[in-house]
Design a protein around this ligand. Sequence first.
Ligand code: FES
Ligand code: FES
Length: 156
Amino acid sequence: MGTSFTLNGEPVTVAADGNSTLLLALRNELGLQGTRFGCGAEDCGACTVLIDGHLHYSCGQFVEDTAGKHVETVEGLRGPIADALRTAFFEAGAGQCRYCLSGIFVTAHDLLMRNRQPARAEIRAALSRNLCRCGAHGSILRGVEKAATLLADMDR
Ligand code: FES
Ligand code: FES
C-alpha cells in the first residue's frame, strides 16, 4: 500500500505507517536531509515544506494526509528566486550553524514569490514562524533583503 504523492515534481510512494510524519518520511525513507528535524513539535520551522503551495511544518503532518498532494522541499526550489536567495545568503553570511536555514529558505522563497520587494517588517512577519537558536536573525534578514535587491536588479 503506502502513501503516494508528488515530491519536487516526481511521483513517490512511501511505506510509512499512519503515525509517521512527513518529516520522517522525507528524511528517513526518501533520503532528503535538507528538511531539518528541530523541535519536532511545530514550534521552530526547521522542517518547513510546501504542500500544494502552502507552508507547512512537516513534523506536524501525518504522511498519510499528503496522499495525492504536491510536496516541495528545499531541494526542489529552483529558478531566479531560489538563485537570488542562495547568492544573497552566501554574501550576507546568513546564519551561524545554519541548521535553521533550510526552513528559512523555504519560507523566504514563499514570501518572495508573493512579494518580490518586501519591506523589512514584512520579512520579519514572514520569518516569525522560523526560529534561529543561534540568534543570527540580523544576518538572515539582511540575506533576504539582499535577495530582493538582486531580484530588483534582474527585473530592471
Ligand atoms: S521540527 Fe517542525 S517545527 Fe520544529
Ligand atoms: S544559524 Fe544556527 S539555528 Fe539559525
